[in-house]
Design a protein around this ligand. Structure first.
Ligand SMILES: [Zn+2]
Length: 475
């Protein structure tokens, strides 16, 4: 997941301002004394995955995929239901299926095998050796994303061994190149082996439990993601000698437009996910701000109310609207020459449902300077939000209430990206949820000494086991 985890955790905590009396908070301290067989299996799989280097540079996702395939086959899955598929030698994916009563379209359980780079010299421990120390598991991928991968494998094997017959097929897909690299496994499987992963519903990374000062404050359900669109802004000019300046100056034009864009806020637009997010976060606020958040969720666009809510923080503001910000600037070719070219890059994070054309038109209007050309840089991947149906929201709320009474479930839109966007575009509703709690003040995904609370691994396993059973048992 590209930075989404840190942003999500920060977003939930930033929103859950002053603690309202009466909300139950749960401490996280004890670890399982002895491991049950299914927990022991999980720990072995987790260690096996962490200790297979799956970085883009030198790693091998096929090796990890084959190791998991071997575990499924050893556990009795028929070879027809376990496939390792690789578009490229080191870029393998594994797909395993537990057959059910086919009363409904399958449930897809997705995790990625690849991890971002990790240099031994930057870490205080070996990133490719699982270390359990002081209540934490250390290693590259311990949070992003090998804990969910291992939990899905261990749970599917457990269900197989328990003789569980779901009312829909359960598919575990572990894929390559989510973190970058040319062979994104989800895109490739959708393109070349759609039937293997086709599903009515998918669970993926993107959501999780938020801890603050050892207390559980929220369990998130990610149901949408903003979409990245970069634009190049450019001014061309005939230039001249700098001793003879004129007002028609490439850099001045661009700066003029950019300062207007810098002051501009796109209109507030809420979809079901962000409306639900606001409604639930509002419960954590008392007084004026609580009323303001509720008002915006209910449709108020009163500029004062909106600006008070947006002022809660950049993460709240990013949930209300599309944002565009200048991230790069260059211009001129010599100190003593009038600039012939001035360029800037504007990075937009577009709300689901909005189009790049709309955003481009708004930018052109705000710049209000027709010497500035605006050109899209990257391909736009529209990604519709997944619906917050009673099926998924109800199941997540039930399991959360069972395991962590009083902890709120918060639907979220990520401002970062996951492979869920590819599933959603392909018409498969996808949700980010892991049940694994992490400390918001110490997010190490993509960073050095990445770690996961030991307790969170086993809790996440139990949470996903219960959630998958709920989503694959007759209602
Ligand atoms: Zn990830």
């Amino acid at each position: 997941m590209r930075h989404a985890r840190r942003l999500f955790l920060l977003s939930v905590i930033a929103m859950l301002g002053p603690i309202v009396p009466g909300v139950l908070w749960h401490r996280v301290d004890a670890q399982p004394a002895t491991l049950a067989p299914h927990q022991q299996l999980l720990r072995e799989i987790y260690q096996e995955l962490i200790e297979i280097n799956t970085t883009d540079s030198v790693g091998d996702s096929t090796k990890a995929a084959e190791a998991m395939a071997k575990r499924f086959l050893t556990a009795g899955f028929p070879s027809a239901d376990v496939q390792v598929l690789a578009p490229e030698p080191r870029k393998g994916n594994v797909v395993a299926r537990l057959r059910g009563a086919a009363a409904r379209k399958p449930l897809l359980l997705l995790a990625h095998l690849d991890v971002v780079e990790a240099k031994r010299e930057d870490w205080s421990v070996d990133p490719f050796k699982l270390l359990e120390q002081d209540g934490y598991f250390y290693g590259r991928g311990t949070t992003d994303d090998k804990a969910m991968a291992a939990a899905f494998v261990a749970n599917l094997i457990r269900m197989k061994q328990e003789g569980f017959v779901p009312d829909r097929d359960l598919i575990v897909a572990l894929t390559a190149d989510e973190e970058g690299g040319p062979h994104n496994g989800v895109a490739w499987l959708l393109q070349n082996h759609r039937a293997l992963i086709d599903a009515g519903l998918a669970l993926n990374e993107g959501g999780g439990g938020a801890l603050q000062n050892g207390r559980r404050v929220a369990n998130s359900l990610q149901a949408s993601e903003k979409i990245v669109q970069n634009f190049r802004l450019e001014v061309k000019n005939r230039g001249g000698h700098s001793s003879l300046p004129v007002k028609d100056n490439a850099i001045s034009h661009l700066a003029d437009g950019l300062s207007r864009l810098g002051q501009f806020d796109f209109p507030v637009k809420l979809d079901d996910v962000n409306r639900a997010f606001l409604e639930r976060v509002a419960r954590q606020y008392s007084g004026q701000l609580g009323n303001d958040i509720r008002a915006v969720a209910a449709g108020s666009r009163d500029p004062q109310v909106v600006s008070r809510v947006a002022a809660i923080g950049p993460i709240m503001n990013a949930r209300l609207r599309t944002t565009c910000v200048a991230t790069r600037l260059e211009g001129g070719h010599a100190n003593n020459a009038l600039p012939q070219t001035a360029r800037a890059v504007v990075n937009c994070r577009v709300l689901p449902g909005e189009s790049p054309e709309e955003i481009q038109a708004t930018i052109v209007k705000v710049l209000a300077n027709d010497t500035i050309t605006v050109t899209p840089i990257n391909r736009f991947f529209p990604s519709p939000a997944s619906p917050l149906t009673p099926e998924i929201l109800g199941a997540v709320e039930k399991v959360t209430a069972e395991m962590w009474p009083g902890v709120p479930v918060v639907p979220t839109m990520s401002t970062g990206a996951t492979d869920s966007r590819l599933l959603r575009t392909a018409g498969i509703a996808a949700y980010g949820t892991s049940g694994m709690f992490g400390d918001i003040d110490d997010v190490r995904a993509h960073g050095r000494d990445e770690r996961l609370l030991v307790r969170s691994l086993y809790e996440g396993q139990e949470y996903l086991y219960r959630l998958v059973k709920r989503l694959s048992s007759p209602p």
